[in-house]
Design a protein around this ligand. Structure first.
Ligand code: GN1
Ligand code: MG
Length: 355
């Protein structure tokens, strides 16, 4: 049992604590009490999120906005204050902990089991974006500075290559070249943001399918979770990250690259759900969605690669080559996107025309 749980008010006495393996950054546990109440306990990784207050402030800014403007339409999990009234528990050893009540009958998926699951996720992320349409993004703190600043991600990769800290550069020279060859296209979204062509919004920024809770029976989306990276960003980030993860035919760490493809049917399904649920996107934003998929895929591949070169300080790994395997799946998806680029753009156009 994690000691931290006893710093929160719970219905009944906590009797069991099971780790939930989901995500590469924080640690998550399911707590059961002797009255059968269920809670999710989370340890926040402060190497990645040094400013826990910023996360919690962003979350309350968003939840009060949604409560005021969207009563009943969008739901959000709410964290429970500690026994001494704080919004997280600091264990004094660099650990920050928080809890919320397990959402009854909810599941989260690592991959869509059918297109309808992915459609539900698309609607959930689209709805999240739409419901924050009037929210002033600049009210949010940057919980990770330059998180989707692709230009800065290239700088970080170059630094990792120059330092070759883990002595692994010789293993991934081809991957490094692959990324550097695509720098211009990968940084295009960032420049469009800077030029004011694309509006800056409050975005989720980590739209993996496992960040949506679905109802176990109806399979309808309940809400989006993991709001730690909600920050000012581009709608294309949320669309793109969801595609790179959920429209792939294989897991993010599939070692057999022949199994990794972009599934264009899933891509279409997601596009439809996202556009239906988020009618507030500008024409430029809709046109930029395929570029969002390309950018998010290349960027996270670059981040896995840089982490591998740095000796894996950022993403949790199950075996030494894990980040290298992850970066290769992302680059395989990029190759697929390049091959099907015109189709990707056409699908967005077709689905937009149907709205
Ligand atoms: C991390 O921990 P998780 O799975 O929610 C990462 C995302 C990456 C993702 C890759 C704060 O998210 O940016 O896209 O891994 N989150 C952070 O699977 O860096
Ligand atoms: Mg997550």
């Amino acid at each position: 049992m994690k000691e931290a749980i006893f710093h929160f008010p719970t219905d009944g006495k906590p009797v069991s604590c099971e780790p939930i393996k989901s995500g590469h950054i924080n640690e998550t546990y399911l707590i059961t009490t002797d009255t059968g109440a269920l809670y999710i306990l989370q340890w926040i990784n402060q190497y990645v999120f040094p400013n826990v207050n910023a996360i919690m402030n962003n979350m309350s800014a968003i939840s009060s906005y949604l409560r005021e403007h969207e009563a009943g339409k969008s739901s959000m999990i709410s964290y429970i204050d500690t026994l001494d009234g704080k919004n997280y528990y600091d264990d004094g050893e660099g650990g920050a902990w928080r809890i919320y009540r397990f959402v009854p009958n909810s599941i989260c998926l690592q991959r869509p089991e059918c297109p309808a699951d992915f459609y539900e996720c698309a609607r959930a992320f689209g709805q999240f974006q739409y419901s924050l349409n009037g929210f002033q993004a600049e009210k949010l703190e940057e919980t990770i500075v330059n998180f989707h600043n692709t230009v800065d991600r290239f700088r970080q990769l170059r630094e990792a290559v120059a330092n070759n800290k883990a002595g692994r550069l010789h293993e991934v020279e081809e991957e490094v070249r692959f990324v550097l060859d695509r720098e211009e296209k990968a940084c295009r979204l960032h420049h469009m943001r800077e030029a004011g062509i694309l509006p800056v919004r409050a975005t989720h920024n980590d739209t993996k399918i496992n960040n949506v809770l679905l109802d176990k029976d109806s399979r309808r989306a309940i809400c989006v979770i993991d709001l730690d990276t909600v920050m000012p960003g581009l709608s294309a980030f949320d669309f793109g990250d969801a595609i790179r993860f959920g429209a792939s035919t294989a897991a993010e760490d599939e070692p057999d690259l022949s199994k990794v493809h972009l599934d264009l049917n899933l891509y279409r399904t997601f596009t439809r759900g996202f556009l239906e649920a988020c009618p507030s996107l500008t024409e430029e934003e809709v046109k930029a969605l395929p570029l969002g998929a390309f950018t998010m895929t290349l960027e996270v591949g670059l981040r896995f690669l840089a982490d591998y070169l740095n000796g894996d300080p950022y993403f949790s790994i199950d075996y030494p080559e894990h980040n290298k395997v992850r970066c290769r799946t992302q680059f395989k998806l990029i190759r697929d996107m390049e091959e099907h680029w015109d189709e990707m753009c056409a699908i967005v156009e077709e689905e937009r025309a149907k709205q």
